[in-house]
Design a protein around this ligand. Structure first.
Ligand SMILES: [Zn+2]
Length: 364
């Protein structure tokens, strides 16, 4: 089953073309959930709608989406999922086979959206993203992460047909999610450096436009860190748009390259060493500080921006031990050997990893 998935999910096109799949409608702001019927109408969707949500996201947004669609006279059903394992994706596909929807709505955080994204792509259906949290850039990206493999596995599946993001709903979620989202955006500073490095040293495809878009998002979050504070709707919307732009950057690049480099490898390694550790974006932010140091760029400015946002910048704040940080940094280079980054170039041993973590004040 695993192999079958690896082969059949994804956009596979002849390499002489540069293919971009972008969202057709993006609606962000206060109360945008009420715009669901007009989006459905504009997109010409008439058939059954299947909503994928979690228990909580269903209560805060999924039920509203369901009622609004039902009021249009469209058949609608909700399927609750808990995680983004291959088992969850397959159970959604079974439901798709029975219910035969025209479109899927993914309502929730990254997990629910990823399940909707992957199962709909596999069944040849479009999906609409309704994020209820801002913890990472998966809400708008064409990539989906699936758990249940020995290593984290993410695949290009499809971009959302539409994104409907209601800041009023997002602001009800714990603020820590927003902080994690900021870390994921700031991580683009080093992700783009890694992409350029792979281009220079390994002749990998590099897209200036996608790279600039990812960097612009990171710069905007850095410049507006003081506005991204709890209760500040303007700041929340700014982060939301930055995360959507990162998703679009990946759609333009046709890969996660502009948004995921060595700092993401560190976060994935930490996930393997310490399950139930900190959030993805929190770990990527800390990883980015160490990678900025390795690149000889201004890691202190990045660290200080994370601090201003209230994001973790030390092992203690991440809830992991010094030893776990060092081991994750050492392991990171082998997580995705095909993804050339500063970590593959430098090939740091245990002592060098400890030195980097110490010099950047992440460990004692
Ligand atoms: Zn990320």
């Amino acid at each position: 089953m695993t192999l079958y998935y690896r082969i059949t999910v994804g956009l596979y096109l002849p390499s002489k073309y540069h293919y971009m799949q972008l969202p057709r409608e993006v609606i962000v702001g206060k109360g945008t959930l009420n715009r669901v019927p007009e989006v459905v109408k504009r997109l010409g969707l008439k058939g059954p709608v299947l909503i994928i949500a979690g228990q909580k996201s269903c209560e805060i947004a999924g039920n509203t989406v369901r009622d609004l669609i039902a009021q249009m006279g469209i058949t609608v059903d909700t399927l609750l999922v808990q995680a983004a394992t291959i088992r969850d994706v397959l159970s959604v596909e079974d439901r798709i086979a029975d219910f035969k929807p025209q479109v899927l709505f993914g309502v929730g955080g990254g997990t629910k959206i990823d399940v909707a994204k992957l199962s709909s792509a596999h069944q040849g259906l479009p999906f609409i993203s309704v994020p209820t949290t801002l913890s990472h850039d998966g809400i708008a990206s064409p990539l989906a992460s699936v758990k249940g493999f020995d290593k984290p596995y993410s695949a290009i599946s499809q971009a959302p047909l539409a994104i409907i993001a209601d800041t009023q709903i997002i602001m009800q979620e714990p603020w820590r999610f927003v902080i994690s989202g900021c870390g994921d955006v700031l991580a683009k500073f080093t992700a783009v450096k890694d992409w350029r490095l792979a281009h220079t040293e390994h002749n990998e495809y590099y897209g200036e436009y996608a790279a600039s878009l990812a960097l612009m998002s990171a710069t905007l979050v850095e410049e507006n860190a003081d506005r991204i504070q709890q209760g500040n709707e303007e700041g929340t919307q700014l982060l939301l748009e930055a995360l959507i732009s990162c998703g679009v950057a990946m759609s333009i690049a046709g890969s996660s390259r502009p948004c995921s480099g060595s700092e993401h490898l560190f976060s994935h390694a930490l996930d393997l060493i310490k399950t139930n550790g900190a959030m993805h974006g929190e770990q990527c932010g800390v990883g980015s500080v160490m990678m900025a140091y390795l690149y000889g760029s201004n890691w202190k400015r990045l660290r200080d921006t994370l601090r201003r946002l209230g994001a973790p910048t030390t092992a203690v704040e991440l809830g992991v031990s010094d030893e776990e940080v060092i081991r994750a940094l050492e392991l990171a280079a082998s997580i995705r050997p095909e993804r050339y980054t500063i970590l593959q170039k430098l090939n740091l041993d245990y002592d060098a990893c400890r030195k980097v973590a110490k010099l950047t004040e992440i460990i004692n």
